[in-house]
Design a protein around this ligand. Sequence first.
Ligand SMILES: Nc1ncnc2c1ncn2[C@@H]1O[C@H](COP(=O)(O)OP(=O)(O)OP(=O)(O)O)[C@@H](O)[C@H]1O
Ligand SMILES: [Mg+2]
Length: 615
Amino acid sequence: MHGGGGGRGNFDEDEILGKAYDARLMRRLLGYLRPYRSLVIVALLIILGISVTEAAPPVLAKFIVDNAIAPAVNGQIGTDEGLARLAPLGIAYIAVLLLGSGLRYGQTMLASYVGQRAMYDLRVQLFAHLQSLSLTFFDRNPVGRLMTRITNDIDALTDMVTQGVVAIFGDVVVIGTIAIVLLVLDFRLALVTFAALPLLIWLTMYFRRIMRDSFRSIRIRLARINAYLNENLSGMAIVQLFTRERVSFRQFDNLNTDLLDANRGQIRAMSMFFPAVGFTRAATSAALFVAGGFWILKGEMTIGTLLAFWQLVDRFFQPIGDLAEKYNIMQAAMASSERVFRLMDTKATIVDPPHPRELGHVRGEITFENVSFAYNEGDWVLRDVNLTISAGESVAIVGATGAGKTSIISLISRFYDVQKGRILLDGVDIRELRQRDVRRHVGVVLQDPFIFAGTIASNIRLNNEAIGDEQVRAAARFVNADKFIERLPEGYETVVTERGSTLSVGQKQLLAFARAIAFNPEILLVLDEATSSVDTETEHLIQDALAKLMVGRTSIIIAHRLSTIQNVDRIIVLHKGRVVEMGTHRDLLSQRGVYHRLYELQYRAHEAESPMKSV
Ligand SMILES: Nc1ncnc2c1ncn2[C@@H]1O[C@H](COP(=O)(O)OP(=O)(O)OP(=O)(O)O)[C@@H](O)[C@H]1O
Ligand SMILES: [Mg+2]
C-alpha cells in the first residue's frame, strides 16, 4: 500500500459521467427485468390508472362548484337539491383519492420489488464473475473500486429502476393526461398555462447542468475521502507509530474542505432554483386568475373551471420539476451501468481447457521446463527455470527478497500462466488440467496467512461443511495448533476478526497449516514460510508440524529459517529469477557461492542466538 495522497489517479473511471440515456446499456439493463416481465407490465398499467386519479380530483371539484354549490348559492336550485348533487360528487371525490393512494402503494411496492430483485440478480452475477477472474486482474484493480461496483454502482442502478425509468414514464403520462384535460376544460386558459413552459424548461435545464457538474465533483471528492480514510484507518498503527497524526489530519482537512467547496456549488444552485421555479409557478397561477377572472366576468367561463385549473396547474408543473432530478438519477445510473458492464465483460485470463485431462492418481512430481515468467510484459521475474522435484521429495527454495520464490508457488497453483516453457504435474502440463483439480491436490500455505472474520474452527474448515468438528480438531492437533487454540477463551469457537488481528504471526501460521491439512492435499504441499521470527517454543511447534506434514508428500518450502532448511532433502537457490545452485546444505556451503553468502548474512547471526545449532 502506498502512502498519503496515493490513489488519486485511480478514480478516472469513477469520474465518467456521460449520457443520461444510452440505448445499448438500457437494452442490457432491461434484460435483467425480463424474468419479472409480467410484474413490470402490471406496474405500467397501474401508472396509467394513477395518471387518471391525478387528473380526476380537480375535475370533480369543478363539477362540485359548478353543478352543486354555485347554482344553490345563486338560487337556481334549492339547498336540498344542491346537497343531493353534492353528496355523490363528494363521495366520488374521496373514492378517487383513496383509489389513487391505493394505486400508488401498489406501484411503489411493485417497482421497488422488481428493481431490488433485478439488482439482486445482477449483484450475485457480478460477485460470481469476480470470483472467476484471474489474480492478474486483482493485482491491477484496487479492492475499494471493485467494492464500489457491487455496492454503490448497483445502488445507482436500483435507483434508476425503482425511481428513474418507471417514474419518468409515469411523469410523462401524467403530464400528457393533464395537458389534454386542460385543453378540453378551456383551451384559452390552457394556452396561458403552457406559456410558462419554456421558462420552466429552460430553468430546469440550466439547473440540471449546474447540478451535474457539482454532482460530479462531489462524487470525485467523496471517492478521494473514502480512499484516504480507508488507508489511514487501516494504517492507524503506522500513523500513530510515526506520529503522523497531525500531517494525516491536515491532509484529511484539505480533502474535506474540497468536499465542502464542491457542496457549496450545489447548495447555491439549489437555493436559486427552487425559489425561481416557485415564482414561475405562482406567477402562472396569478396570470390564470387574472385571465380566468376576465373570462368569468364576461360569462365565458365558470368559476369551477378556474378552480380546476388552479389545482391542475400544480399537478402539471410538479413532474416537470422532478424531471431534473430524474435526469440526474438516469445519468448516474448510465455511468454506473457502463462501469458494471465493463467489469462484467472482463474476461478471465486463466481458463480451463475445453477438453481437460482427467487427473487420476497423483504421484506428485513437479517439473519446471524452461519456465520464464513476468507479471508485467517484459519484466521477467523468473528466467529459464528448470527443475524437477520428484514424488515425495522435499525441497527448500531460498533466495534474497524479491528473488521470485513466492512467484514459483503462485505458478504451481496456476494463479498465473507462464509466458515461456511449461510446468508439469506428473508429466502433464498444468494448463491441460482443470484449475480445480490442480488446486485440490496442492495444499498451499501462503506467506501472509489470511484469516477470515469468523471462529477458529470456521477458519480451518473454510465453510466446507464436509469437514466435521472432529476433523478440524484432528487437523489442529496434527500441526500442533491445538495447544494455543485450547488456551483461547472459547477454544475452537473463539471469534477472530478479519485478518486475524488478535492472533500472533506464529499462531496464524499454525492455523494456516491446520487449514491446509484439513483439506487433505493428497500429494503436494507448498509452503511460503512467514518471514517474521517467532518465539522458540512456537518455532519448535512449527518445525515439528512441518516435519509431520512433509512425510509422504512432495513438499516445496520457501524457507526463511535455518531449521527448516536443514530438514529438507534438497535446497534450491534462486537469484534474480534464476536457479543458480542446487544441492544439500553441506554441498552448497562448500561451493562458497550465493548460498554461502546468503547463509553468512542471514542464518549465521540467527543461528548464534538460536538454541538449534545442528549444522
Ligand atoms: N502481483 C505482482 N505483480 C507484479 N509484480 C510482482 C507481483 N508479485 C511480485 N512481483 C515482483 O516479482 C518479483 C519477485 O517477487 P516474489 O514475491 O516472487 O519474491 P520473493 O522471492 O517471494 O520475495 P520475499 O522473500 O520478499 O517474499 C519482485 O520483484 C516483485 O516486485
Ligand atoms: Mg515471498
